[in-house]
Design a protein around this ligand. Structure first.
Ligand SMILES: [Zn+2]
Length: 195
């Protein structure tokens, strides 16, 4: 088992995850979103796809037992454990444009998109290749009339979600930078890899 690694508030990282390894993402303080990306390490043009996943899993409420599929219809990750049960796979990573759109009176931050772009560059992954992330702990209820809202996460301190890699992957992971999705404050995210 690896040590637990901390991602500081409003930042992000990348790391390899080998087939069969287990990645656990922790919300150490509660109420914090972590955007997660997965790419096939052997061909980074293959990445997680929210469209494929929602289609094949037949739900937008993904939790333990569900799988995250790629744009080539391969399973990249299986959710093995989930202590929260409320995550989002609809909304794209927050970015400088997100801040200009929703928070015109606040300082612009490069957001998860900028953090992921920088961290993925050494792997040969360009910003335009970044798909919709699986947003751990992000609380996006869908009303009966189709309207969506971004509410504070339901995660409490120490809550976690764990994934098993079904391929050799490159993972991108952030501590999200946007106001609404994190209840107005920015906290760290922890993760651990078990072999
Ligand atoms: Zn974000």
């Amino acid at each position: 088992m690896s040590a637990t690694v901390r991602i500081g508030p409003r930042s992000g990282t990348t790391f390899p995850l080998a087939r069969g390894e287990r990645l656990t993402v922790f919300d150490p303080e509660g109420g914090q979103v972590a955007d997660l990306l997965a790419f096939n390490r052997d061909d980074v043009r293959e990445a997680i796809s929210n469209g494929r996943t929602l289609d094949y899993e037949e739900t937008i409420r993904l939790t333990a037992g569900h799988r995250l599929w790629s744009n080539r219809s391969n399973v990249l990750l299986t959710i093995e454990q989930d202590s929260v049960g409320a995550h989002d796979f609809l909304l794209t990573p927050c970015s400088a444009d997100t801040f200009r759109h929703f928070y015109p009176d606040k300082p612009v931050h490069r957001g998860c998109f900028g953090n992921l772009s920088e961290a993925l560059a050494p792997w040969g992954i360009q910003p335009d290749a970044i798909p919709v992330a699986f947003n751990c702990f992000m609380n996006v209820p869908v009303a009966g009339d189709g309207r969506i809202s971004v509410l504070p996460p339901l995660s409490k301190p120490g809550d976690s979600i764990a994934f098993r890699a079904e391929r050799d992957l490159i993972i991108g992971l952030t501590a999200c930078s946007a106001y609404a999705s994190n209840g107005g404050s920015f906290k760290p995210i922890d993760y651990r890899i078990e072999r």
